[in-house]
Design a protein around this ligand. Structure first.
Ligand SMILES: [Zn+2]
Length: 179
């Protein structure tokens, strides 16, 4: 499984290889599923930032038994950790629902969520937010063949619209301030 994780990290690094505030953004096909490894959520006990992470020790046990890469990654047990009140919770299951407004495991509201342009702007984690920022700030957006099915290509029109650029970047800046 090491090889799989390394490959994944490498591919993510390549995809994230853009300069902040760059004029050009190249969409290489990142899927929304690829942000599965960390969700920033609102702690159900204290209302501060908590994280939903893969439970690495449980994940390793699972990886030895099953060889299906995606199954292993998505259904690996998760732990909820609050750095403020130290609240902990665990998730072990075989079904998840991929939803915009909550994490896929504990169904907790996202930490990175803000009203913007009469809509709601949200991100699962920092990588997700920074990719949105680069996409929105770029004056020229290009995509590879794989980019046709990326999460960016499926963003709602209001996020893609140039007239909303400043307001969206301001909102992203506020979300970054919460990190
Ligand atoms: Zn807490």
């Amino acid at each position: 499984m090491d090889i799989v994780s390394n490959d994944y990290l490498l591919s993510l690094k390549t995809k994230m290889n853009f300069k902040e505030g760059s004029e050009r953004f190249l969409d290489t096909g990142t899927r929304i599923y690829e942000f599965y490894d960390e969700f920033l959520v609102v702690c159900p006990k204290c209302g501060k930032l908590a994280k939903v992470l893969i439970d690495e020790s449980e994940f390793e046990k699972l990886s030895k038994r099953k060889m299906d890469k995606f199954r292993n990654q998505f259904f690996a047990p998760r732990r909820l950790v609050c750095l403020n009140c130290l609240h902990r919770d665990f998730w072990k299951g075989s079904q998840i629902a991929i939803d915009a407004s909550v994490d896929w495991y504990f169904r907790l509201p996202l930490w990175l969520e803000i009203s913007c342009c009469g809509e709601t702007l949200w991100a699962y984690n920092r990588n997700h937010l920074e990719m949105l920022e680069s996409y929105v700030s770029a004056k020229l957006r290009e995509r590879t063949v794989k980019g046709r099915s990326s999460f960016l290509s499926k963003l709602p029109k209001w996020i893609k619209s140039a007239k909303n650029r400043d307001e969206i970047l301001k909102a992203i800046g506020k979300l970054k301030g919460k990190l």
